[in-house]
Design a protein around this ligand. Structure first.
Ligand code: NAI
Length: 271
């Protein structure tokens, strides 16, 4: 039975199994979002809760997480965690699954940027960015996927960047880490698909968050260039990424795996 708002396409012969809007619903799902205390991660949590999920956010700063939880309400939980502490990630997954429930959706959102000419980037800086944006993503994905594979169900979402799509100057470490993410998505999708675990990336364009402000505020030329090649004519909001994540995590995207979906106001194709 469907409510008056819910349209079903279960007409004989169509073979359509799901109804609208429940095919987009995340009801009864649990999502883990790293770096969920601010920016894109926080709005992604908000969108997923609105879609019916329970959401666990992680981050390094308890006060920020507490404030985020207060604004998200009772379907939100938080765990203090630094994703670069690789040995702690199996334990994080165990704690979340014991205290909240099985993780259906993992969003590897935590990330750091560094804008610096390539010739000045030290090995330590390069490693630090790779550790946060790439290595920790693999380690946490492995920890979550172990259980998802056993349960034969799961959706993993990575956050890529325009820096993995085209040549942006002064972000060599960041762009390399995000290019690694693009490859990881394809490789893991081919390995996990037979277990009904999907792996996709969202590639945000320029989204108004602290990270973007830091990268752009002292560089009006870069800001004008980014906007100039965004056909929609304005920067994105964190919720634009949030709704895309809801879609990719939902049953509506059940045949989508191994892709990187730009959510960028046309930036990746703009002139
Ligand atoms: P943000 O700086 O507001 O949020 C990043 C979050 O990650 C923060 O909550 C931060 O505390 C957390 N984080 C950083 N290092 C961590 C660690 N070691 N352990 C746990 N948490 C950690 O930035 P924003 O913009 O919300 O970025 C979110 C994701 O989106 C990042 O992966 C970023 O690379 C990506 N992105 C953002 C774009 C933008 O225009 N804002 C464009 C393309 C990608």
């Amino acid at each position: 039975m469907t409510s008056t708002n819910e349209k079903t396409a279960n007409e004989p012969g169509t073979g359509v199994q799901h109804s609208f809007p429940s095919v987009f619903s995340l009801e009864n799902k649990i999502a883990l979002i790293t770096g969920g205390g601010s920016g894109i991660g926080l709005d992604m949590a908000r969108c997923m809760i609105m879609a019916g999920a329970q959401v666990v956010i992680t981050g390094r700063r308890e006060a920020v997480l507490q404030e985020a939880k207060a604004s998200l309400g009772e379907k939100a939980f938080y765990f203090v965690n630094d994703v670069t502490d690789l040995h702690g990630l199996e334990g994080l997954v165990q704690d979340v699954e014991t205290q909240v429930g099985p993780i259906d959706i993992l969003v590897n959102n935590a990330g750091i940027n560094m804008k610096k000419p390539a010739l000045e980037v030290t090995d330590e800086e390069f490693s630090r960015i790779l550790q946060t944006n790439l290595h920790s993503v693999f380690s946490l994905t492995r920890a979550c996927a172990r259980n998802m594979v056993k349960r034969q169900s799961g959706s993993i979402i990575m956050i890529s960047s325009m820096a993995a799509y085209y040549g942006l100057d002064r972000v060599v470490a960041y762009g390399s880490s995000k290019s690694g993410i693009e490859g990881m998505v394809r490789l893991l999708a081919s390995e996990f698909s037979k277990f009904n675990v999907r792996v996709n990336a969202i590639a945000p364009g320029f989204i108004e968050t602290n990270m973007m402000k830091t990268a752009m505020s002292s560089d009006p030329n870069r800001m004008a260039k980014a906007l100039g090649r965004t056909p929609i004519g304005h920067f994105g909001k964190p919720e634009d990424i949030g709704w895309a994540a809801v879609f990719l995590a939902s049953e509506a995207a059940k045949f989508i795996t191994g892709i990187s979906m730009p959510v960028d106001g046309g930036n990746s194709t703009g002139f």
